[in-house]
Ligand binder design. Sequence first.
Ligand SMILES: Cc1ncc(COP(=O)(O)O)c(C=O)c1O
Length: 362
Amino acid sequence: MLRSMDEDFGNAGSRTHQLGRRARSAVEHARDQVAAVVGSARGDVIFTSGATESNNLAILGLSSSAGDRRHIVSTAIEHHAVLEPLAELGRRGFEVTLVQPGPRGVVESDAVLAALRPDTLLVSIMHVNNETGVLQPVAQIANRLEGTETYLHVDAAQSFAREIDPLRHARVDLISVSAHKINGPKGIGALVMRRRDGRRPPLRPLMFGGGQERLLRPGTLPVPLAVGLGLAAELAVAEAEARDARCRAFREALLAGLAPLDPAINGDPKSSVPYILNLSFPGLDAETVIDAWSDLVAISNGAACTTESYTCSHVLSAMQLPDWRKDGALRFSWGPASPEPDWSALVAAVEPYRGVGRVGIT
Ligand SMILES: Cc1ncc(COP(=O)(O)O)c(C=O)c1O
């Protein structure tokens, strides 16, 4: 990334000079690195600003060539970066069916398939839920869409280059990727548009300008960020086993360290990634814990984007958890290099508040 800022700082769209050609070749190398993770071709990768933009481009972009197929199936536990473009499609006259999860946070493939109609244009499902870490049955859904006209989009913000096999499924047409979930830079992501029977999903652009990114995402490419995404993706796959082992060890240490608080796991522990946990502690509400731990760990009570308002999570509500579990829910996430906090200090910091209700947030 530094080389792309200091030395090879050309515009990847400039073909007439060395600097531009060097920038272009760095971008194309990054495109190869992203494509390789999902077993796709270089030309299938469109760089975007992140998974939010990729989701919007996939969902709104596909809807522009929908014809009379105006039904979309998704789930009630998607990130807002999917739910909001779907709401926009609702305002534009599309019908959206949101399939509910079970109490353990899994959306069953049967339920998704049952929601399909002859006019279903798209199924959009996340691979890993960002609040609970629960894996969704992407490969089963992909298998069962075989032989139908319906496109499949996967929001893989939380799984790209970490949960690899399901995203290589040939029947997954569109994949949203974010760099900053795999130690890459913020502000870059990608949409993978896989060819099927020789054709890519017929997306129309959301913005108009220069001809960059196959006319689908105009604007000068941020070369250093693309380079960062490419390398982050390659490293995540190369180190997948070691990273997985370290994340699993952290998860075990966390559950052992916080065991004195009797945590209940929100989500199916048997079908979850080893880098996210959603826990509720009996007798402690989330605000109390966040307040007590604010100088000890970086912790939130849901998706980072909604913490300001402490709004109750739509994901845990859809799972129909009892109120104490929803009010007390804390989202823990970590990476392979996260240092372990002092677990006993965390336990000690909240012990005095157990069962006494809310402490004031000033
Ligand atoms: C499941 C999911 N989708 C989409 C996004 C948005 O990604 P980005 O920040 O790259 O726009 C996130 C971010 O947390 C996410 O967890």
